[in-house]
Ligand binder design. Structure first.
Ligand code: ATP
Ligand code: MG
Length: 242
């Protein structure tokens, strides 16, 4: 489970988080929404231990991500899968090598086992046949799918998705969301999806949290947030609906 307690963070005196408290039950997926610049990516980076809290704590599966350092932090992070915003693939590696990378780096699995796992993962995201293509030779949607395969290949317990559908056409974007959903059903990871794709993402998540002015402005089930009467939530959800 992911537990964020009284998180405070500022950059050069600008407060990004005034007081963030949020809990994500093990095996649940939360959609994190909010305007551009409100701190969604910064929050994910705190969960991953890439940014340390100024005040407060981030606890993932009982471990304080703000305290862990070096090898201990690396070991915690090995249980994570990330799909970073704008994060693509390593250009100098083909699709197969990209997806194999975490297993080659972090495990001592045999060449044969890695090969099997990578091919299976690529099949899961519908990329069989594109293993030996380079990122420049495939479409944006395929890059995202390959990045998803790379994030999932280590069977992560925690998955963080930062705008997984940005820059994709609606059909491809929806396919990615469905892929995330089917991976979740298979792997039961605990996850956060940062998104602007309200309607589609709300249909696959357990909870929704809206970040606004440094606090969790609204939190609840997708239908609760969708039917909220709060003007800030309405403006956001209504606007995104169009
Ligand atoms: N490393 C950093 N140093 C200084 N300021 C930062 C840093 N990272 C983020 N910020 C600031 O923190 C705020 C939140 O940024 P963040 O990237 O989390 O926004 P976001 O909600 O993810 O926006 P978007 O929807 O556009 O991706 C912004 O004002 C940004 O400029
Ligand atoms: Mg962001």
């Amino acid at each position: 489970m992911i537990k964020i307690e009284h998180l405070y963070k500022s950059f050069d005196g600008n407060e990004v988080f005034r007081e963030i408290s949020l809990e994500i039950t093990k095996g649940h997926v939360l959609a994190l929404i909010g305007r551009s610049g409100c701190g969604k990516s910064v929050l994910l980076k705190h969960v991953a231990g890439l940014i340390k809290p100024e005040k407060g704590r981030v606890v993932v599966n009982g471990k304080d991500m703000g305290i862990a350092k070096g090898k201990a932090l690396a070991a915690l992070r090995d249980r994570f899968g990330f799909l970073f915003q704008g994060g693509a693939l390593f250009d100098s590696m083909n699709v197969f090598e990209n997806v194999a990378f975490p297993l080659n780096e972090k495990t001592r699995l045999s060449h044969k086992v890695i090969q099997e796992r990578v091919l299976k993962e690529l099949e899961n995201v519908g990329l069989s046949g594109s293993e030996y293509k380079y990122p420049s030779q495939i479409s944006g949607g395929m890059v995202k799918r390959a990045a998803l395969a790379r994030a999932l290949v280590g069977d992560p317990e925690i998955m963080l998705f930062d705008e997984p559908t940005t820059g994709l056409d609606p059909v491809t974007g929806h396919a990615i969301i469905e892929l995330i959903d089917s991976c979740h059903r298979r792997l039961h990871f605990t996850g956060i999806i940062v998104t602007h794709e309200i309607t589609k993402v709300f249909s696959i998540v357990d909870r929704v949290a809206m970040l606004h002015e440094g606090v969790i402005w609204a939190e609840g089930t997708p239908s609760e947030v969708f039917s909220s009467k709060d003007p800030v939530v309405r403006a956001f959800v209504g606007e995104e609906e169009e």
